[in-house]
Each structure stands twice: as structure tokens, then as C-alpha cells.
Design a binder for this molecule. Structure first.
Ligand code: NAI
Length: 458
């Protein structure tokens, strides 16, 4: 055997699984086809988009918000190449960091496309081909953008998030197809940098899956920021006619624009993986696994976007750790009720646990506490008072079942809620925990107090 474990895919699921398994004493190899480790999240997803969200937010602040703080800024201008260079530098630095972590943990890195070639065998195809053997394999091949039929990707004017992270000039009119996470985050970036942004969404709401009221209230804020939404709008085609992009929608006039971002979901990457050589059959395009992330093939595990569940980097990471620990110790666990999701708009939107719709559908009796950021001193000092924290707790046991936040730093605040849910905390547990004053985290405490109708500042 070359290795105890081979991980196919070096994204947040795969590289974390490889490091954890190495920490636990396994001899680990990781096969990744891109020269940079880190996967979609690090190279062309979470990290570069956050860099641009931060930079575009500062640009917007300089132009529109600093005056309210008594700060005069004259001649603030956009240097887009510098902004993009900063983003690329952050990505480069972090991907190299994973190379360092692999060396430190003695994980062997293979550059090429990995595929199964029967039980315990993995082929690496590419410039440095190799035939590897291992007792265990973890498949962590991630996902790729879903391309709607009728959409003609040209990698320049009509493309996915990958292109939208590197437009070389600010689009005049950006049409975003899909009012989900990617559309809202990257739509916000280009809106702040000066583009007209129109979001076309098939459903009657944005951010499907998030709490309905939270999504509705978020939309109102985004509209105030100037993003235009057209809901119940089904896009049937998009093409570049040589001069401009033409987007056709069912039952409406075609929309003309200079850039189109297609963000209508992602699909698992499972093609050409040799799954058939070990007898794995897909279920709705995903690799089926049991509660320990085991596929139907002995010794073969799968994690992250290529299996069921939300396509989130941190969910993949948890599964990577759980799979590695299960292989070595026989234990390994992911609490799927405590996986937060965050939309990094301004303000941010974050959620963990059940939504009200889910609780109603399951017939669970619940109590609710809510507290607005506008009542809080720190939020006022920050000048970020939009939104609220809402806590949903079991009506009988008081156990926290869901927390939904629209507001400043919601993505950071949700961590406490995830920990509370993971530890089985009641709303009273949070309400009786001392929170530093004045911090935004107090808004969570006040919302938890609100479950029993005893918020102090409301
Ligand atoms: P999404 O699934 O979040 O949203 C896609 C939207 O497109 C849906 O609302 C859908 O109704 C709409 N749609 C589908 N077909 C359409 C049509 N023909 N016309 C108009 N609208 C249509 O997908 P998105 O934004 O592409 O994100 C993909 C994945 O990446 C998600 O699973 C997400 O969780 C993940 N992601 C997570 C981030 C985060 O956690 N902050 C950031 C970026 C991506």
C-alpha cells in the first residue's frame, strides 16, 4: 500500500480530512487536479468573494457613509486592478498556506485528476501520472456551477461566479440569474462598485431555504441599496449577440445588459471518478453515504458537496474530520442541526437550526424572541442598525431550535447560536450568560430573554 488513506480532492472537505487523518497517525495522500490547493472555496469562491465584499464595502463607505461620522473624503476613486490584485494576493497566500500544512503534517500531495480503479486503487491522471493503493479512500470532489439549458457561457460576458470575481471593469448593467447566495453576494459587490444590478429569480422569494421573513426583510434592504429584483421570473436563455447580452425570460421582454452572472445552484462533481469500478451508484447526482459517511464500497467514504446536504465549506470540513476520525477511532459525528449558513451581504444574513416554516410543518410548538439592532448602543455606534436577531425555542423544554439573524456581523454572531444548539442549550441558558457590553452579541442575549417576554431594553 502506498498510503493508509487517499483523499481525492483538495478543497475544504478534502484537505481538512487529509490533515486530520495525518494528525491521527495515518499515512495520507491527497490528489488535486488544480495546482493550488483549497478548492472552489479558497480559489474561486468564499475567500475571493469576501475580499471583494470587504473592499467594495469600504469603497461604498468612503463615498456614502463616512460623512455621517464627520469624516470628509474628497476624491475617493476606484482602482479596480488594485482591488483585484489584493484579492488574488489573499488567495495566493492562503493556498500556499495549505501546501505548508500538508508538509507539516506529512501529507503527500499528487497533482492530477484522481479516479478510482477498483477496490483500494486510485489512478492519478495528468502530467505526473501515478497508480496508488490505499486501504481507505475519501472522495471530496466538490461541485461545479449548474448551467441552465439555453445559456451560452462564453467565459467573458456570460459566466459563473468565477468570471464575476474578476471582471476587468465595472459592468454598466449586470443581470444576475438566480436570487441565491452567490447572486446576492456578487450582485452586492458590483452594485457597490457602481453597476446597475438586476436579479432575476424564478421563485416568489430570494434566498430559498432561509427563514421567509428574514429573506423578505433582507430583500427590502437590498432594494434600498439599489439592487433591482424581478421575482417569479424564469430565465429561458442568455446569449451574447456580438454587442450585448440578451437575456430572455418567460412571458416578458428580453433584457439587454453587458454582463450576465449565472448563479442558479451547483451540481456535484462525480463524472469520470471511476465510481462504477467499486460499485457506487449515484442517487440524484450525489454519492450516497450512511451516517458515518461510508459509501456502499468498503473503505470508500465521501464528504462535502458531492454528497447530500447543503453545499457549504464548513459542512464539508466537519464531514472531513468526522470521516477521518471514524476511520481511525470508530467514532466521528456531524450534528447536521447545528450547521450555520451565512449570506455575506451588508448587512449579513445568518441562520442555524430550524426555520419557523420547518417547525410549523413538523408540528413542533415553539416560542419566539426577537430583538432589533436599532435598540442597541453598539449597533448605533457602528451606524449599522438594520435587522434583528430571532430565537426560536421549544415551547415545552425551552431548548433552542433555531436562530435567525439579519444584521451587522450576523455571520460571526451565529457562531454562538450554533454552539448553543450543539450543546442543547435553552433560551434561558443564553439569557443568563453574561455577554460583554457593549457588543453586538448582546442582541442575541436580548432576543433569548425575549423568548420569556423579558428583554430588558425593549
Ligand atoms: P442557490 O441554490 O443559492 O440559488 C439559486 C437560485 O436560482 C434559486 O433561488 C433558484 O430558484 C434560482 N433559479 C433556478 N433556475 C432559474 C431560472 N431559470 N431563472 C431564474 N432563477 C432561477 O445557488 P447559488 O447562489 O448558485 O449558490 C450555489 C451553492 O453555493 C449553494 O449551495 C450555496 O450554499 C453555495 N454558496 C454558499 C455561500 C455561502 O455560504 N455564503 C456563498 C456562495 C455559494
Amino acid at each position: 500500500m502506498n498510503h493508509d488513506l487517499i483523499v481525492i480532492g483538495g478543497g475544504p472537505g478534502g484537505y481538512v480530512a487529509a490533515i486530520r487523518a495525518a494528525q491521527l497517525g495515518l499515512n495520507v495522500g491527497c490528489v488535486e487536479k488544480e495546482s493550488a490547493l483549497g478548492g472552489t472555496c479558497l480559489r474561486i469562491g468564499c475567500i475571493p468573494s469576501k475580499a471583494l465584499l470587504e473592499s467594495s464595502h469600504l469603497y461604498h463607505m468612503a463615498q456614502h457613509e463616512l460623512a455621517a461620522h464627520g469624516i470628509k473624503v474628497e476624491g475617493a476613486g476606484l482602482d479596480l486592478p488594485a482591488m483585484l490584485k489584493r484579492k488574488d494576493g489573499i488567495v495566493d497566500n492562503l493556498t500556499k498556506g495549505i501546501d505548508f500544512l500538508f508538509k507539516k503534517n506529512k501529507v503527500t500531495r499528487y497533482l492530477g485528476t484522481g479516479k478510482l480503479a477498483g477496490p483500494g486503487k486510485v489512478l492519478v491522471e495528468g502530467n505526473s501520472p501515478a497508480e496508488l493503493t490505499a486501504k481507505y479512500v475519501i472522495i471530496a470532489t466538490g461541485s461545479k456551477p449548474f448551467i441552465l439549458p439555453g445559456i451560452e457561457f462564453d467565459g467573458k460576458n456570460i459566466g459563473s461566479s468565477t468570471e464575476a470575481l474578476s471582471y476587468d471593469k465595472v459592468p454598466e448593467h449586470l443581470v444576475v440569474i438566480g436570487g441565491g447566495v452567490i447572486g446576492l453576494e456578487l450582485g452586492s459587490v458590483w452594485k457597490r462598485l457602481g453597476a446597475k444590478v438586476t436579479v432575476l429569480e424564478f421563485l416568489d422569494r430570494i434566498m430559498a431555504g432561509m427563514d421567509t421573513e428574514l429573506a423578505r426583510d433582507s430583500q427590502k434592504i437590498f432594494e434600498k441599496q439599489g439592487i433591482e429584483f424581478r421575482l417569479k421570473t424564469k430565465v429561458t436563455s442568455a446569449k451574447f449577440d456580438g454587442k450585448q447580452c440578451v437575456v430572455t425570460v418567460e412571458g416578458g421582454e428580453p433584457i439587454l445588459c453587458d454582463k450576465v452572472l449565472v448563479s442558479v445552484g451547483r451540481v456535484p462533481v462525480t463524472d469520470g471518478l471511476g465510481l462504477e469500478t467499486v460499485g457506487i451508484e449515484l442517487d440524484k447526482r450525489r454519492i450516497p453515504v450512511d451516517g458515518h459517511l461510508r459509501t456502499t464500497a468498503p473503505g470508500v467514504f465521501a464528504i462535502g458537496d458531492c454528497i447530500a446536504g447543503p453545499m457549504l465549506a464548513h459542512k464539508a470540513e466537519e464531514e472531513g474530520v468526522a470521516a477521518a476520525e471514524f476511520i481511525v477511532t470508530g467514532y466521528g459525528h456531524v450534528n447536521y442541526d447545528a450547521i450555520p449558513s451565512v449570506v455575506y451581504t451588508e448587512p449579513e444574513v445568518a441562520s442555524v437550526g430550524k426555520t419557523e416554516d420547518e417547525l410549523k410543518a413538523a408540528g413542533i410548538d415553539y416560542k419566539k424572541g426577537s430583538f432589533p439592532f436599532s435598540f442597541h448602543g453598539r449597533a448605533k455606534a457602528l451606524g449599522m442598525t438594520d435587522g434583528y436577531v430571532r430565537v426560536l425555542a421549544d415551547a415545552v423544554t425551552d431548548r433552542i431550535l433555531g436562530v435567525h439573524i439579519l444584521g451587522p456581523r450576523a455571520g460571526d454572531l451565529i457562531a454562538e447560536a450554533a454552539a448553543a444548539i450543539d450543546f442543547g442549550a435553552s433560551s434561558e441558558d443564553v439569557a443568563r450568560t453574561c455577554h460583554a457590553h457593549p457588543t453586538l452579541a448582546e442582541v442575541f442575549k436580548e432576543a433569548a430573554l425575549g423568548v420569556a417576554g423579558r428583554s430588558i431594553h425593549k
